[in-house]
Write a protein that binds this ligand. Structure first.
Ligand code: APR
Ligand code: ZN
Length: 231
């Protein structure tokens, strides 16, 4: 298991042009979570929900990884068995920057999931064809995204990774959905990098706090991780 966990949220993709959720111009300022990202919305608000994810999926084709994604990809390439990448993001920017084995806790935009058998289907940045059904069981398909109130099976792998983690890096997450503070209390070194304070985070539990854009903070973070791994 990896000594270093790099845990990220929407903030790491902000400089690539993808909206975050809770910043001033965030997605949850424009859309209601209850309507397009909550358990059951596919039953009563299906078309609007599919359209919302179609638009976010198509937007991926027009954005590119930023320097933070690339710096982390390079760090993981240097220390492949020591770095675990765990993200709440559903974009593919880490993968496109060259990262491997990225753990997506809340799903993955380029993928659909069968509502009957769970089989996943990669559709890239295209719209979900409404008559496209599961290749295995012909069941109906949905975005492979974890909505509020739904099971998030990947969290188990987060908890496993944190049992071994000695160095925790948080980049671009407000802490409103996954509280990482208590993990930060149990590692040797922890770095928090956000653009600004978050009411959901107790910055005092972190070894180092950097309120800067991820692309401006990432070199310092990489240096700290390299020094730790070379001890
Ligand atoms: N560099 C670093 N941090 C940034 C940047 C940036 N350029 N821009 C914004 N941030 C920080 C903000 O300061 C904020 O703390 O990113 C964080 C974004 O917080 P949220 O919008 O709440 O996103 P996130 O924490 O990823 O949300 C978690 O909530 O709605 C659900 O499933 C959704 O995965 C998402 C989860
Ligand atoms: Zn199926």
């Amino acid at each position: 298991m990896a000594k270093v966990v790099i845990f990220s949220g929407a903030g790491i993709s902000a400089e690539s042009g993808l909206s975050t959720f809770r910043d001033s111009d965030g997605l949850w300022e424009k859309y209601r979570i209850e309507e397009i990202c909550t358990h059951g919305c596919l039953n009563w608000n299906r078309e609007n929900t599919l359209t919302f994810y179609d638009a976010r999926r198509e937007q991926l084709s027009s954005v590119t990884p930023n320097a933070a994604h690339y710096a982390i990809a390079k760090l993981q390439e240097q220390y492949p068995s020591d770095i675990a990448l765990i993200t709440q993001n559903v974009d593919d920017l880490f993968e496109r920057a060259g990262c491997k084995d990225v753990l997506h806790l809340h799903g993955f935009l380029p993928r659909l999931r069968c509502e009957v058998c769970g089989k996943t289907h990669l559709i890239g940045y295209t719209k979900q064809e409404r008559d496209f059904t599961c290749k295995s069981c012909h069941g109906s398909l949905r975005p492979d995204i974890v909505f509020f109130g739904e099971a998030a099976p990947m969290y188990e792998h987060l908890y496993e990774a944190m049992e071994e983690c000695q160095f925790l890096v948080i980049i671009g997450s407000s802490g409103n959905v996954i509280a990482m503070d208590h993990f930060a209390l149990h590692v040797k070194v922890s770095i928090l990098n956000n653009l600004e304070k978050s009411e959901a985070i107790n910055e005092r539990v972190y070894t180092k706090v950097i309120y800067k854009k991820a692309t401006e903070a990432v070199d310092e973070i990489v240096l700290d991780v390299e020094r730790f791994l070379q001890l």
